[in-house]
Write a protein that binds this ligand. Structure first.
Ligand code: ATP
Length: 296
């Protein structure tokens, strides 16, 4: 019999997570899985549970929660020989990973998708000694994004991030950064360096429209030091899906990049606060298999 582990953050999804778990258990049991349910109580629990699933050769891990729970779950796959398939039931406010894979954002529909026979092979990123599923941002805007409240995210969606980002640029708080990739070095003041694996970043599917989950690439952006007027034009470019062509934005794709600064600069990793610079990023191509909806 195949074994599935359900990792659930009971505090996500307006406290309805446990009701969704009951449906997932029923569905997967009917499909012939033996089920283990693990509820997270604190940071890193999801990582520990996923490590157990790898060591005990589970066939499937289902992450029920927001992008934070998903991020912690995939971190259990680091340096493991056996990596279970992944199912996702998105209960967060942004759900970038589900968006990028066209997994329904409605939890009930996402649960039905778990019986799909279609798997998608997906790249994962490595940041120093941890993994990420979607995006790493560094700089003063990244710091501001970590402070976006759940209330604002629920109320304004992706625009809550835009609001904080614009406010931060208006504060003119760029940091000196040194960014090295493919034998090249960029040095200058920047309020934001961003590396995305997927086309959905902070709920914006227009930021990196051409990124795909299996292209083996980090899609990187360096925003140059901006004044208020340029901030508006950069924001418009983001919304229109052509940020990479803006003259105050440097865009490149790579498989390996390092970012450092003489200042103390924080990062944001998959929407949660990350380590401070320096960071080294790389791609782990075709790292996991994720259950996605059947093709129409
Ligand atoms: N039982 C728990 N109670 C409170 N927090 C928890 C619990 N279990 C895990 N956490 C922490 O909550 C963090 C955020 O969880 P998650 O992203 O799933 O939910 P969310 O905040 O609803 O989503 P979003 O960030 O998209 O709004 C996780 O990174 C984890 O460290």
């Amino acid at each position: 019999m195949q074994q599935a582990m359900i990792i659930v953050n009971p505090s996500s999804g307006q406290e309805e997570a446990l009701e969704h778990v009951r449906q997932v258990v029923q569905l997967l049991r009917d499909t012939g899985y033996e089920i283990t349910v693990k509820e997270t109580a604190k940071e890193r629990d999801a990582t520990q549970f996923c490590i157990t699933a790898c060591m005990e050769c589970y066939d499937l891990v289902v992450s029920i929660g927001g992008d934070g729970t998903l991020h912690e779950t995939i971190n259990g796959l680091l340096d493991q020989d056996h990596r279970p398939r992944l199912g996702v039931v998105p209960l967060g406010t942004v759900n970038d990973f589900a968006r990028a894979l066209q997994i329904p954002l409605n939890p009930k529909e996402a649960i039905r998708t778990l019986t799909s026979s279609r798997l998608r092979t997906v790249d994962i990123g490595r940041l120093n000694n941890q993994l990420f599923a979607n995006v790493v941002a560094a700089g003063s805007i990244a710091e501001a994004l970590s402070c976006v409240s759940s209330k604002d995210k629920t109320q304004f969606g992706a625009f809550a991030y835009l609001k904080e980002g614009i406010k931060e640029i208006a504060n003119q708080s760029a940091h000196p950064m040194v960014i090295r990739y493919d034998g090249l070095t960029w040095e200058g003041d920047s309020p934001l360096f961003l590396a995305a694996l997927t086309n959905s970043v902070g709920g914006f599917e227009t930021l990196v429209p051409d990124a795909s989950v299996d292209d083996g690439l980090l899609h990187c952006f360096i925003i140059k030091d901006l004044n208020i007027f340029k901030t508006i034009t950069v924001s418009m470019s983001l919304l229109w899906g052509n940020l990479k062509n803006h003259k105050d934005v440097i865009h490149f794709t790579t498989t390996h990049v390092t970012v450092s600064s003489p200042d103390s600069v924080m990062t944001n990793v998959d929407g949660e606060e990350g380590p401070s610079l320096p960071i080294e990023l790389s791609v782990l191509p075709s790292f996991i298999q994720v259950i996605v909806p059947e093709e129409e």
